[in-house]
Design a protein around this ligand. Structure first.
Ligand code: FMN
Length: 323
């Protein structure tokens, strides 16, 4: 079993130290470990070229992103791993942009529902199937690192890191909100923090090989959402009764006030359809297929109208000068 630690922070600074500390514990628990620091890696943003979609449709067993940078090094390491520890610094209230670039490129075309359905077609046609590493269950632990003393300066850190997980259906076993690094001075001066990093590394290693439904471990603070353990709440569904949504997992919870205390309960059925589960990715897969089927004929039926109206956008400079 292999545990990969990835630090998106500066070399030998806070993220590196905490991720490496988690790896020490993973190694002690019997894992083979690998550490990658991404600071000098070039990971550009997704340009929505749809290369993967075409490559998959053409029968490629391991489509690789056509952008020529260091993305593939990280993807290969992740696919080879059974467990992952990620550490990322908070920049401007959320994780450093490099990790979002990675998530955008790693996510959608590794969507497990999409790849399962593709493999079914290939099996039926007797064609070579996709790389089996796309279907491997993996466990993950997150470390979000911020300098500020106040939590509201790291609010989007852990919730955004959790987006790393969903397309490939990894299961998180813990997260660490390591803010206050400014006043702490150095992570080694906070024994509790370092001990929690150890627990996280050991928990990832100990979970490997077990079926997801047998792993209930959670290291770190338990949040309002019982799946991702973040405490962000979306009120978009508030018009539909006293319901709120976890924006990370996309699941509904029922709100009540008991003894002046706000409570949110997420039913087992809602937890089972969280974005990071197979049920969750299939919901999104079916949603996408639904709108592809609706939009195609609609656009075709309105082809002339769209072409005519598009003129003013295509010739923006002339249009804007005439206004
Ligand atoms: C551009 C920039 C923006 C930052 N923004 C925040 C922030 O919004 N909240 C916060 O808590 N820390 C912020 N920090 C501090 C870093 O999160 C902190 O220094 C962290 O330890 C960096 O990780 P590293 O030591 O592993 O490189 C920022 C740092 C930089 C360089």
């Amino acid at each position: 079993m292999k545990v990969l630690g990835i630090s998106f922070g500066r070399k030998n600074k806070n993220n590196d130290i905490m991720v490496k500390h988690a790896l020490f514990a993973a190694k002690k628990a019997g894992a083979e470990v690998q550490f990658i620091n991404t600071l000098s890696m070039k990971i550009g943003h997704c340009i929505a070229c749809d290369y993967h979609g075409k490559a998959i449709a053409n029968g490629d067993v391991f489509p690789k992103c056509p952008l020529k940078d260091d993305y593939q090094i990280l993807e290969d390491a992740i696919l080879d791993a059974d467990g992952i520890i990620i550490g990322a610094p908070v920049y401007a209230v959320g994780p450093v942009g490099q990790i979002k670039n990675f998530i955008d490129r790693f996510g959608p075309f590794h969507d497990r529902a999409l790849l399962i359905e593709e493999n079914k077609k290939r099996k039926a046609a007797g064609k070579p199937e996709l790389d089996s590493r796309f279907f491997k269950d993996r466990y993950i632990g997150y470390i979000s690192v911020g300098g500020a003393s106040t939590h509201n300066w790291v609010s989007m850190g852990l919730p955004t890191l959790a987006l790393f997980t969903f397309s490939t259906c990894m299961k998180a076993v813990g997260h660490i909100d390591a803010y206050k690094m400014g006043p702490t001075g150095h992570p080694l001066l906070d024994k509790n923090l370092m001990d929690t990093c150890s627990e996280l590394g050991a928990a990832v290693a100990a979970s490997i090989g077990k079926p997801y439904d047998q792993v209930t471990t959670w290291i770190g603070k338990q949040g309002v959402c019982p799946v991702c353990h973040n405490s962000l709440i979306d009120l978009d569904g508030a018009g539909n009764g006293a319901r709120v949504e976890c924006p990370v997992c996309g699941i509904w919870g029922d709100v009540s006030i008991n003894g002046g205390k706000l409570e949110v309960k997420f039913s087992q059925a809602e937890q089972a359809r969280a974005r990071s589960t197979l049920v969750g990715v299939y919901e999104h897969y079916n949603e996408i297929h639904g709108f592809i089927q609706t939009a195609g004929p609609k656009v075709q039926a309105n082809k002339d109208f769209i072409e005519k109206e598009m003129e003013k956008y295509l010739h923006f400079d002339e249009t804007i000068a005439a206004i």
